[in-house]
Design a protein around this ligand. Structure first.
Ligand code: XBP
Ligand code: MG
Length: 239
């Protein structure tokens, strides 16, 4: 039988959710297919397998990930000034294609997520999102997948454009804590990746890991708990 994990709200003043992989399997079912469609439509001639993508996910940021691939395959042209321009356009197309996938409703939120977000709201605990994905990707997920949830808007939203350094740098988590006026140690980060865990750990923010498809076997040493599903979380409001 799977374990449950209790979140004691007398010790936590805000919960900060990562987006990709944590809220939905967006990397497997959204970004990767969208990248491959964009590579085809722009004539770039690249194709990433799930194995390639598992390795590429060590780099956060889709545009940065494309540059890592260009270096990996020795595609010097792609790294020239003109080439980088083309990569930027392919990345923008990827995000438009990603939005179309989300709009079809084929990217459901992970099981159990809405239930504990609603419990947080009931208990008066603010929650937010801290992600290195582009703002537009968050907006389309919010509008399409959270539309009928009845949840209030997140208390804070930090996306890739808001920071100079993406995860595993802690900047995004620090910014979210600052905007809320709360110490990092009084928040809980909810993550699915080692980079996300490292980002939270670097500023002493406790981190709960809810494993996703690409990080099933990853090392999550230092997480306050590692779960398979959001359904395993219980929110315990102070008496
Ligand atoms: C998310 C990312 C993002 C997405 C794609 O990491 O690394 O790059 O894969 O988004 P995390 P963009 O879940 O740790 O926030 O293509 O918009 O960058
Ligand atoms: Mg993630």
């Amino acid at each position: 039988m799977s374990i449950t994990w209790s979140l004691d709200l007398s010790r936590c003043r805000a919960v900060l959710f990562d987006v990709d992989g944590t809220l939905a399997e967006t990397e497997r079912d959204g970004h990767l297919p969208a990248f491959n469609q964009a590579f085809e439509q722009t004539g770039l001639g690249w194709h990433w397998t799930p194995q390639d993508y598992a390795w590429l996910l060590k780099t956060t940021g889709g545009y940065e990930r494309m540059q890592v691939w260009a270096r990996h395959i020795g595609d010097e042209q792609a790294l020239s000034t003109d080439g980088l321009d083309r990569l930027r356009q392919a990345h923008q197309l990827k995000n438009r294609l990603y939005a179309q996938i989300v709009q079809t409703g084929e990217l459901p939120l992970r099981q159990g997520l809405l239930a504990w977000m609603a419990d947080l709201e009931k208990a008066g605990c603010p929650w937010g999102v801290v992600t290195t994905t582009s703002r537009g990707n968050w907006d389309v997920l919010w509008v399409n997948s959270f539309r009928d949830s009845g949840l209030r808007d997140p208390a804070v939203i930090v996306c890739g454009e808001d920071v100079a350094h993406k995860k595993p740098d802690p900047e995004a988590y620090q910014l979210a804590a600052d905007r809320l006026g709360i110490q990092p140690s009084d928040c809980l980060a909810v993550e699915d990746s080692p980079n996300g865990l490292k980002a939270a750990q670097a500023i002493g923010m406790p981190c709960l890991v809810v494993k996703s498809f690409y990080f099933e076997q990853a090392d999550f040493t230092g997480a306050c708990q590692v779960l398979d599903s959001h359904s395993q979380v219980r929110v315990c409001a102070p008496a």
